[in-house]
Design a protein around this ligand. Structure first.
Ligand code: ATP
Ligand code: MG
Length: 269
């Protein structure tokens, strides 16, 4: 299968974007090729509450995805469809109930809230924070910090107190920290939710630039904002715990826009 090509099932266009109507999952063939950085095969995940006689609640249903190395992909879908759960499984923060996961290492998960990202008082010390384990010389640390801050457009902020940064700048410092550690995969969960438009675009450009300046970094970005697809190479659309579509960003965008307009027509008729 040609991964960037669009994959979908034929009955999807009739379902409104926020419908809970069942849809058939897209088919992604699971046979890992060398250039694949992220792969999930037939992933299922269920929660079971602690209550007596509780039955497992299925959250992810047979989700498969493949993301080529060096590409910037986005994961979209209505609230509660399972995007964060899938990302946490890829990050290794949750174990799937069944199915297999492959993600290139090292990998880094960046959280939604910018205030949860930064731990050190200044920008350079925060980016250098994770480098202690690598046994690097001082010059190597300085070089890695400087290159990473350059990639996210924060070269002039090295000595700034992190408390004086905007939310988007804190997100970019967190991404620089992952780049300094030579992370090959960035898993980014709705980073732009709390950001104003300027910060939102700056974080997106930082991720795009990080990928464009390295052939090694791959990113998966969860978002609700369709306009962000302009920066993506590929995208995955989920509904009700299933991967519904998987393909190039422009096609996924027009698929979602079609669904939205059909839904709007239905509620106006
Ligand atoms: N710890 C948990 N216990 C029980 N159910 C959970 C838990 N975490 C998530 N869920 C449920 O799993 C489903 C998927 O949640 P998830 O957070 O992955 O969705 P999402 O697509 O990221 O939503 P959003 O767009 O709102 O962030 C939801 O129905 C949610 O209520
Ligand atoms: Mg979420």
């Amino acid at each position: 299968m040609n991964i960037p090509s669009l994959t979908r099932c034929s009955n999807l266009l009739v379902a409104p974007l926020y419908s809970t109507a069942p849809t058939t999952t897209t088919t992604v063939r699971c046979s890992r090729a060398e250039n694949i950085a992220i792969e999930g095969c037939n992933l299922n995940f269920s929660f079971t509450t602690n209550q007596a006689n509780a039955v497992p609640v299925p959250i992810l249903k047979d989700c498969s995805l493949r993301i080529p190395s060096g590409q910037f992909w986005m994961l979209l879908g209505p609230n509660g469809c399972g995007k964060s759960t899938l990302l946490k499984i890829l990050a290794g923060l949750l174990n799937p109930t069944s199915g297999t996961v492959f993600v290139n290492k090292p990998k880094s998960f960046v959280f939604q809230n910018p205030d949860h990202q930064v731990v050190m008082p200044t920008v350079d010390s925060d980016v250098a924070f994770g480098l202690g384990k690598f046994n690097l010389t001082n010059d190597e640390v300085i070089s890695r910090v400087s290159n990473a801050l350059n990639a996210v457009g924060l070269s002039d902020y090295m000595k700034r107190s992190v408390q004086t940064l905007s939310g988007g700048q804190k997100q970019r410092v967190a991404i620089a920290g992952a780049l300094a550690e030579a992370c090959k995969v960035l898993l980014l969960d709705e980073l732009t939710t709390f950001l104003d438009e300027t910060d939102q675009v700056a974080v997106l450009k930082a991720v795009r630039n990080s990928l464009d300046t390295s052939t090694e970094v791959t990113a998966l970005w969860v978002t609700h904002r369709l306009e962000e697809l302009e920066y993506a190479d590929g995208a995955i659309y989920m509904e009700d715990g299933k991967v519904v579509m998987h393909g190039d960003a422009a096609s996924i965008r027009s698929f979602i826009e079609d669904k939205q307009s059909i839904y709007i027509k239905q509620i106006n008729s």
